[in-house]
Design a protein around this ligand. Structure first.
Ligand code: HEM
Length: 536
């Protein structure tokens, strides 16, 4: 049977939900009063002033005045689609999550793609990281995989998220985006804050200008913990592999498209679906031992600036995603959808990655403001496709009419309900936590260059040339000479040849006086794989 929401509305059927405010053939007020005229305000005589008494005018204008909600503080520019995820049934040995474990199981999904820094009306093809956020409406509740199209992040600790975003956002005085004017704040930050280096290399690579959403990879970035029915746990990295392959624009194409068709990516998404060319990805995981060390081949799995090369841990496929239906209403669905790393289902758990830990706080917090209070999970696009009985009550924009005596447990007046589920309810697998309260990172977090070098050396000469051109172009937009020089010292620590090319392009000398100029030493396991062609 088709899943039914607590309000009795078929959950897949947004039309039915929307029809509450759009039914019948007559124009009415919000109170259902039929109207003979909506073009003339009520005036004192044909040439007279408008009367305060005109409740229809005031309702119409007031509602219009409040049509906009705050755009997302990051990832404001987005486009989305509905689809279905079909499990290959290969996940059962590593997770009890039913939507991954059961072969052939179909789960409805909603996916929102986005750029990070631009505002809602910005262009699609700018150089930026792309968001790739998926809401799985599973039989066990909603699971959100809130990822990006790059496998690593700028910062290791979420406490620095406001810093990287403030450095990258438009200038506070003129609100001119970094992409078109002074680049000083971004490059000032990342050259001082070298843990961003690996992510910056991905941004400056062709991955920063994808050709289409359907030719982007997606990554969960953090290490997650999967737990199977027997209680055994593994650490994993999530990957989305596009069936259409990975393709990028070249810089000139990206710039022209931004001017000629700022909606280049969202148009492609909608047109492809309308033409029946559904967008497809395989979801996969790299499975790593949960042996207590939280490391793999010397890579710290709690450090989100590091990836695990696929040559060391191949991606094992779990199922296929097909995006097959465009949203009916951009605002109701794409704008109001609320993703959260804390939307988890049994068998999928978080780890101590300090970036992930901060995200566990941030999403719900920001959505309280963006979506006007605590009841946005009742919006059609956010509702789970399973019954909900959460004992949460009242608050702004409450649309449920709750019954019963009072929402508390234990409760002898209300039948003791709702019942807790001791057998299948979500439990965090016990994990040992110890140590002093400190504001400090493990030593391994101090390696900022090895993996940027690994990524750079995995690329073809043409792709490497694109990186050199991108660094030269973007740094060339900085006004401050000292910032360019400082970033050159960063590049020198990743690859001396790249640094020399960029320095020549900027008309600057190679940096001197560094303790560590030149090529980074890779560990034996990592140095073996740089000769292997990369994933592109
Ligand atoms: C939004 C990904 C780090 C705070 C988003 C979205 C994505 C995303 C895909 C857009 C969701 C949508 O389409 O609605 C990531 C990834 C991260 C990361 C992959 C790191 C690996 C962080 C951190 C914070 C943060 C560290 C804060 C501590 C936010 C906020 C939003 C957002 C506030 C707006 C959410 C909303 O208004 O609904 N992020 N993010 N993110 N992210 Fe992150």
């Amino acid at each position: 049977p088709e899943p039914v929401s607590p309000t009795g509305v078929k959950t897949g059927d947004l039309g039915a939900v929307d029809s509450r405010a759009q039914s019948g053939n007559h124009l009415t007020t919000a109170q259902g009063l039929r109207l003979p005229d909506t073009d003339h305000s009520l005036k004192a005589g044909e040439r007279g002033p408008t009367l305060l008494e005109d409740f229809h005018l005031r309702e119409k204008i007031t509602h219009f005045d409040h049509e906009r909600i705050p755009e997302r503080v990051v990832h404001a520019r987005g486009a989305a689609a509905h689809g279905v995820f079909t499990s290959y049934g290969t996940g059962a040995s590593i997770t009890r999550a039913g939507f991954l474990a059961e072969k052939g199981k179909e789960t409805e999904v909603f996916v929102r793609f986005s750029t990070v820094l631009g505002s809602k009306g910005s262009a699609d093809t700018v150089r930026d990281t792309r968001g790739f956020a998926t809401k799985f409406y599973t039989d066990e509740g909603n699971f959100d995989l809130v990822g990006n199209n790059m496998p690593v992040f700028f910062i290791q600790d979420g406490i620095k998220f406001p810093d990287i975003i403030h450095a990258g956002k438009p200038q506070p005085d003129r609100e001119i985006p970094q992409a078109q004017s002074a680049h000083d704040t971004f490059w000032d930050f990342v050259s001082l804050h070298t843990e961003a280096t690996h992510h910056v290399f991905w941004n400056m690579s062709d991955r920063g200008i994808p050709r289409s959403f359907r030719t982007m990879e997606g990554f969960g970035v953090h290490t997650f913990r999967l737990v199977n029915a027997a209680g055994e746990s593994h650490l994993v990295k999530f990957h989305w592999k596009p069936v259409a392959g990975v393709h990028s624009l070249v810089w000139e194409e990206a710039q022209i498209a931004a001017g000629v068709d700022p909606d280049f990516h969202r148009r492609d998404l909608a047109d492809a679906i309308e033409a029946g060319a559904f967008l497809e990805w395989d979801l996969g995981v790299q499975v790593l031992p949960d042996d207590g060390t939280e490391t793999f081949e010397g890579i710290d799995l709690l450090d989100p600036t590091k990836f695990v090369p696929e040559e060391l841990a191949p991606v094992q496929l779990l199922g296929r995603l097909a995006l097959n239906r465009n949203p009916t209403n951009y605002f109701a669905e794409t704008e109001q959808v609320a993703f959260h790393t804390g939307h988890l289902v049994p068998g999928i758990e978080v780890t101590n990655d300090p970036l992930m830990q901060a995200r566990m706080f941030s999403y719900l917090d920001t959505q309280l403001t963006r979506l006007g209070g605590p009841n946005f999970s009742q919006l059609p696009i956010n509702r789970p496709h399973v019954p909900v009985n959460d004992m949460l009550r009242d608050g702004m924009h409450q649309t449920a009419i709750h019954t019963g005596v009072a929402p508390y447990r234990p409760n002898s007046l209300d039948g003791g309900l709702p019942a807790v589920d001791l057998e299948n309810g979500y439990v965090q697998t016990p994990r040992r936590i110890e140590g002093n309260a400190v504001r400090a990172n493990p030593l391994s977090f101090e390696d900022h260059f090895t993996q940027a070098a690994l990524f750079y050396r995995s690329l073809t000469p043409l792709e490497q040339a694109h990186i050199a051109e991108a660094f030269t172009f973007e740094l060339g937009k900085c006004f401050e000479q000292s910032i360019k020089e400082r970033e050159l010292t960063v590049l020198a620590q990743v690859d001396a040849d790249l640094c020399a090319t960029v320095a020549a392009g900027l008309g600057l000398p190679m940096p001197t006086g560094l303790t560590e100029v030149g090529e980074v030493e890779l560990s034996p396991a990592l140095s073996q794989i740089v000769e292997v062609p990369g994933p592109i």
